[in-house]
Design a protein around this ligand. Structure first.
Ligand code: 5GP
Length: 193
């Protein structure tokens, strides 16, 4: 993996902090230079999510098989019983297209990749203005059961304590400004092009 290792951009945050919106903004603005890293996941698809577009959805058995075959760059059990991971093949696919992969992954996975591959990585930590605001956003999204919501809020409070591990912290008080801040950091990393 290391010989032809390209650049990687990681956006990480507690769930509901807005990293997916910021990721989408960057990908829409620079489609010729950036590409979304499609993670593998064992949770079921939500809403309009499509296999091979939002995630590579797979069974726990397949995921574990791929762990044993060393096919993941990183993987985590993000929520009880649910695996998520970044496939090495996904990085290669994107580098071969001459683009930089953008990873929207959880805090532990992000720390893990940085430790393993300290070079050529830009990591952005997206921070919600407050835990109360995060709870409001997750409730408004309407995708979580009360138990899942509480689990995500508890996890968020814990994850906020890791923010100093990342290259840049972006507080998502105002989404437009947060997108601009992320864009500036990304262009500093991949060049103005
Ligand atoms: P969701 O179920 O809401 O799509 O994602 C749950 C969490 O898993 C989010 O924080 C998301 O960023 C994270 N996640 C998605 N893909 C990966 C991955 O490949 N690796 C890791 N470590 N986390 C991921």
């Amino acid at each position: 993996m290391s010989a032809d290792f390209g650049k990687i951009i990681i956006l990480t945050a507690p769930s509901g902090a807005g990293k997916t919106s910021i990721t989408r903004y960057l990908l829409n603005k620079y489609p010729d230079r950036l590409a979304f890293s499609i993670s593998a996941a064992t949770r079921p698809p939500r809403g309009n999510e499509k296999d091979g577009v939002d995630y590579h959805f797979m069974s726990v058995a397949e995921f574990q098989d791929r762990i044993h075959k060393n096919e993941f760059m990183e993987w985590e059990m993000v929520y009880e019983g649910k695996y998520y991971g970044t496939l090495k093949s996904e990085m290669r696919r994107i580098w071969n297209e001459g683009k930089t992969p953008v990873l929207d992954i959880d805090v532990k996975g992000a720390i893990h990749i940085q430790q393993q591959y300290p070079e050529n990585i830009l990591s952005l930590f997206i921070e919600p203005p407050s835990i109360e605001e995060l709870q409001r956003r997750l409730t408004g999204r309407g995708t979580e059961s009360p138990e899942s919501l509480q689990a995500r809020v508890n996890k968020a409070a814990y994850e906020l304590s890791f923010k100093e591990h990342f290259h840049k912290e972006i507080i998502n008080e105002n989404l437009e400004q947060a997108c601009k801040d992320a864009e500036e950091a990304v262009l500093g990393f991949i060049g103005e092009g």
